[in-house]
Ligand binder design. Structure first.
Ligand code: XMP
Length: 553
């Protein structure tokens, strides 16, 4: 059907108007629901329509940084679903395809029918031009990288508070050769006469990417779009999120009972605290100490939740059970499988003791939601199976509560701080579900766990003292299965090799090894060999991901 729309569009491209396009689209797509403003129970939403750009999620993050709620939806999301989001404007993302190719994804008619403001970025802009009567062709050369944008419509609200020229980031092969009727050029670059376009119905297009950091003033452009053009008020704050969601959780749970697995990480901590705020003692948290946590971690979880927040927490010391399961196991995937299965067993046993439970709370985040909707279509090679603590045991019949499912990690942290969780917990670096078991190369034993804990404690301690903890995505010690010869005093030693790993990353998909100061590395190394028995050598892992992974196993 899109093909038909396109070929008919091309035939009339000279004189097509928006209204003509809408009629044509209606004929082909049928009547689409009219998008109405919803009562303010929903935050004002900017809807990002995703055409497959690698930056789509980044657009949503950028908008939320301006305290405006934003959702990323696939391009073919039905109008009814969009209408329920209380949309105040649309952003059409970039994408890898060419708008003039047959069968490519294009905005559905409700985008234009809504009369809400629209901002097309790169492919999104070209889609607007293509659908509304302009012309897009394959460019003679690709424009990729930095360019200088010259604004010739400085009075346009999209460019408020900006200088006449600014650096922008371009990444496109196709080019616009003719604008649709009623549109004019608002800005140009050396290679793109139509670097920004708009009409008087608040439909705009940008050939460059305002969402990436290489367009330093891009955030002002997006802020102008959401506030000056869409008229948003910035009602997306952690306090509003908490009050809105406590109300929703209360409604959803009613007289039911909820359980939540605490892992010690920020996601499950915020989930549990939010639910506790909503329904108090109808929530029971289960904290399973699998014996694979870092030094003082179980005590910290207990103190925060049970002692300070007075929550109902069942603490289960299952360390022996997990260790027993792991005895003799050296294969990383087998370790993950056994730990995941044991976790489910312990969790089921504890849940059964609570009697009737209706809901299971999970700390699923927005990137996981987006990833799982898109990964169904992506064939990705399996590198590691990530068993997340809190995964739904298939036999157990619960309704899921996932209050963080539309939040990014930084928003979860903000909510955590607003809920009064300690900074230390809110800013904890990610820690894998299988814990120290995948940081001990080879078999996991009590002795090795003690060695690793002691070394890891020193790494953590020194990194925190150097005030680098928050800048690093992860920093930790690994106990290798290598032993080497050393000398201490006048004696020969034969001890373990500890590897120190510290990385920077935005999302753990890729990572760079951190350039830690040499004196910090020297202190870490000195302390480890002096304070941790059985260790006589320390190395620093200088491999990025890819080709390595973050964890050693
Ligand atoms: P890799 O090692 O795959 O790690 O580069 C990427 C991120 O995932 C974490 N990780 C895990 N998390 N269960 C988890 O819950 C796992 O089995 C697991 N393996 C790795 C790792 O710490 C990093 O943040």
């Amino acid at each position: 059907m899109e093909n038909e729309l396109q070929s008919r569009r091309v035939a009339t491209s000279d004189d097509i108007e928006i209204s003509t396009y809408l009629e044509l689209a209606k004929e082909l797509h049928g009547e689409q629901p009219v998008i109405e403003a919803k009562p303010p129970t929903k935050p004002e939403t900017i809807v990002v329509i995703d055409f497959g750009s690698q930056y789509s999620m980044l657009i949503a993050r950028r908008i939320r940084e301006h305290h405006v709620y934003c959702e990323l939806v696939p391009y073919d999301t039905p109008g009814e679903k969009i209408a329920s989001l209380n949309p105040k404007g649309f952003i059409l993302s970039g994408g890898p395809l060419s708008v003039y190719e047959p069968g490519v994804p294009l905005p559905l008619p409700y985008v234009y029918e809504s009369h809400l403001p629209v901002l097309g970025i790169c492919y999104g802009m070209q889609a607007i031009v293509h659908q509304l009567g302009g012309e897009v062709i394959s460019g003679a050369k690709h424009e990729y990288g930095h360019a200088i944008l010259h604004i010739n419509a400085l009075d346009c609200p999209l460019f408020a508070d900006l200088p006449p020229s600014l650096p922008v980031w371009m990444s496109h092969g196709d080019q616009i050769t003719k604008l649709p009727p009623t549109f004019s050029a608002l800005a140009y670059t050396e290679n793109s006469p139509f670097a920004a376009i708009g009409n008087d119905r608040n439909i705009f297009g940008l050939q460059f990417h305002p969402e990436v950091s290489h367009t330093p003033q891009g955030k002002t452009i997006l802020q102008n779009f959401v506030y000056r053009i869409c008229g948003c008020h910035g009602d997306w704050t952690s306090a509003n999120f908490i009050s809105e969601n406590t109300r929703k959780i209360r409604e959803q749970v009613g007289e039911g009972r909820v359980i939540c697995a605490l892992s010690g990480g920020v996601d499950s901590a915020v989930t549990a605290t939010l639910i506790d705020r909503a329904i108090g003692n109808k929530l029971t948290c289960i904290f399973i100490n699998n014996g694979l946590l870092r030094r003082e971690e179980p005590e910290r979880v207990f103190n925060t939740f049970k002692r300070n927040l007075k929550m109902d927490v069942v603490c289960v010391d299952a360390a022996e059970r997990f260790l027993e399961r792991l005895r003799g196991v050296t294969d990383p995937e087998e370790k993950r499988r056994l730990i995941g299965n044991e976790f489910i067993q312990v969790f089921e046993e504890e849940a059964a003791k609570l009697g009737k439970v209706n809901f299971l709370a999970q700390g699923t985040l927005y990137p996981d939601v987006i990833e799982s909707t898109s990964s169904e279509t992506k064939a990705a090679a399996k590198i590691k199976s990530h068993h997340n603590v809190g995964g739904l045991p298939p036999k157990m019949k619960f309704t899921l509560i996932e209050p963080l499912r539309y939040l990014f990690k930084d928003e979860v942290r903000e909510v955590g701080l607003t809920l009064g969780l300690p900074e230390e917990m809110v800013w904890r670096q990610p820690f894998p579900g299988p814990g120290l078991a995948i940081r001990i190369v080879g078999e996991v034993t009590k002795e090795k766990l003690a060695t690793l804990r002691a070394a890891d404690w020193i790494v953590m301690n020194e990194i925190k003292k150097a005030k680098l903890y928050r800048q690093l995505w992860q920093s930790f010690a690994v106990l290798t299965d290598v032993k080497s010869v050393g000398i201490m005093g006048d004696f020969r030693t034969y001890g373990y090799l500890i590897a120190v790993r510290a990385i920077t990353s935005n999302d753990a998909m890729t990572a760079d090894w951190a350039r830690l100061p040499h004196d910090l590395l020297a202190r870490i190394s000195d302390r480890i060999v002096n304070e941790v028995s059985n260790v006589n050598r320390v190395v620093y892992d200088i491999t990025s991901k890819p080709p390595a992974t973050i964890e050693w196993e």
